[in-house]
Write a protein that binds this ligand. Structure first.
Ligand code: GTP
Ligand code: MG
Length: 281
């Protein structure tokens, strides 16, 4: 075959992509990358200073992908260094530590920082995000459960993986899904293809589960004022039951949310009954 034709074909099959890692300091970003690229784990914490850069080659279907990895420092001190590196990313690895709630809560502010730094380029539709719920090997200290993390990720159209850089759990699966989605996106002209299977739940369902999880008492959970009547409680319950019934809702955490709503209604109605017995007629 003409060598030029052969070269052109090879070029067509090879891709260059840029990915970045984001998340609070010490959540395990560098260790996840090291586990994948070097197949090893370093227990000692060596904070990334500003940025670490590395290149790896991976094969996705018939394409060779050259991946430029920019591993960001999570510490706020390095903001001035890392803010240069957000632009032109095709993929983002968002990491939190399942044993540190603040690292999970911080995911929103990492997205905000990214959007801000990308400026007019900030089209999140053209970036593949993968969320790593990391350090799952440390089961006893876990405070953010799978359904909560999965809900956060999947309601935004992001991949979700439970990972441990220490044991290697989930790491290869996560990178394979990540690179495969990035390749699909590049083959689709740089736009995230519409997923073949939709997430299967609505934003309203996701928001309701989150609200139920953070409610302070049974009144709050059902969304009624303290002292509401039986009818008001039942009406609010029915609305939530239709939204969250396990036959209707596949959002992560919906089953627990549904059970919590049933329990809240039972305890409120019990109190309303007892009070009405006590009230002289
Ligand atoms: P910065 O570079 O400061 O932003 O931190 P980082 O997110 O890159 O964290 P790093 O990968 O350096 O890991 C921080 C600490 O957590 C190190 O002591 C690691 O050994 C430990 N660590 C990382 N991943 C895991 C894991 O999956 N399980 C356990 N048990 N420890 C982990
Ligand atoms: Mg690091």
């Amino acid at each position: 075959m003409d060598t030029n034709v052969q070269k052109r074909r090879e070029n067509k099959k090879s891709l260059r992509v840029k990915v970045i890692s984001l998340g609070n300091a010490e959540v395990g970003k560098s260790c996840i990358i090291k586990r994948y690229c070097e197949k090893r784990f370093v227990p000692k914490y060596l904070a990334t200073i500003g940025i670490d850069y590395g290149v790896t080659k991976v094969q996705v279907r018939d394409r060779e992908i050259k991946v430029n990895i920019f591993d960001m420092a999570g510490h706020p001190f390095f903001y001035e260094v890392r803010n240069e590196f957000y632009k032109d990313s095709q993929g983002v690895i968002l990491v939190y530590d399942v044993g540190l709630r603040e690292s999970f809560d911080a995911l929103d502010s990492w997205l905000t920082e990214m959007k801000q730094e990308m400026g007019s380029q900030a089209n999140m539709e053209n970036i593949i995000f993968v969320v790593c719920a990391n350090k799952v090997d440390l089961t006893k200290r876990r405070v953010v459960d799978e359904s909560e993390g999965r809900l956060w990720a999947e309601s935004r159209g992001f991949h979700y993986f439970e990972t441990s850089a220490q044991s290697g759990e989930g790491i290869n699966e996560m990178f394979q899904a990540f690179f495969s989605s990035i390749t699909d996106m590049c083959e689709n002209g740089g736009k995230r293809p519409t997923p073949e299977v939709s997430v299967g739940f609505t934003k309203e369902q996701a928001d309701t589960i989150r609200r139920i999880r953070s409610s302070k008492d049974s009144w709050d959970m059902l969304g009624v004022k303290p002292g509401a009547t039986r009818e008001e409680v039942n009406k609010a319950y029915r609305k939530l039951a239709v939204l969250l019934h396990p036959d209707k809702c596949v959002a992560p955490g919906s089953e627990d949310a549904f059970k919590a709503v049933v329990n809240a209604r039972t305890s409120l109605l019990k109190n309303i009954n007892e009070e009405s017995f006590r009230t002289p007629t």
